[in-house]
Design a binder for this molecule. Sequence first.
Ligand SMILES: [Zn+2]
Length: 310
Amino acid sequence: MKSKHFRLPLTLFLIALSCISAFPAYASKIQVVTTLTDLADFAREVGGDLVDVHSLATGVEDTHGVPMKPSFVPIMNRADLMILIGFDCEHAFLPALLEASKNPRIQHGRAGYIDCSEGVIPLDVPKSTDHSEGDVHPYGNPHYTLDPVLTKTAVDNIYKALVDFAPQHKAEFTENRNAYLAKLNAKIARWEEEMKPLRGLKFVSYHEHWPYFAKRFGLEYFGTIELRPGIDPTPRHIEELVAAMQAQHVSIVVREPQFPEKVPQRIAEQTGATMVTLPIMPGGVPHTKTYIEMMDYTVQTLAAAAQARK
Ligand SMILES: [Zn+2]
């Protein structure tokens, strides 16, 4: 009689126990926070079902100045991995958020702090690294993910971070990474083909986002509307840029979505160039949810603009 009395609670206890042991499989997904949307895309591709990924940026922000929201703090507080571009790209917002997160696992120098620039050789390294001058590229240009070949280094750094964090899932991460790199390699071959007719094309942009992209596809990066990275143009700089563009027949003005259209539009009108708006991370313009969609959009938009001028 007594034992029967105990049977029900014991059954309930066992059911509860099995629920608990099943629950962490869902709840214990690896919590990943990225600064930018391209890194979030790579983390989702490599991490698959084992990761929960949150990007601080939505895609339309300035990569150097993602507006800080209170909602970021709890997300970063529970993060296992904090994934960033590096070269001090996120200097204006990430250090303050890391401090506010009170999460020792993701602080600079800890295992959960993943700098994707590891292994990337930066272009345009300035002689001095003085933030007080307002230069936002103190350790060289941080916009290397606009080169799809260099992007593979970022994908690999994310892969290594996931394997280090959860070595028991190495096989799954490896399979995911290999599948993504195969997809990316096939796309790179197509983008190179589509960009071939544009070799030597001269263009300017608002911010210095495009040196790696230009180098990869053989374009001539003529200059920027900004005086220096992060420093607004002066009227004199714009005047000189317009004169040089006219003299050298620069045909394309790239405007990035986080900058107002007015100045690039005026420069395009004054020089007879075509203005195009190109995203610098996924989500920057509609239909660019993933990195591959974004690069497809960029290549197709540039090719169409160049073709229309013929
Ligand atoms: Zn920049």
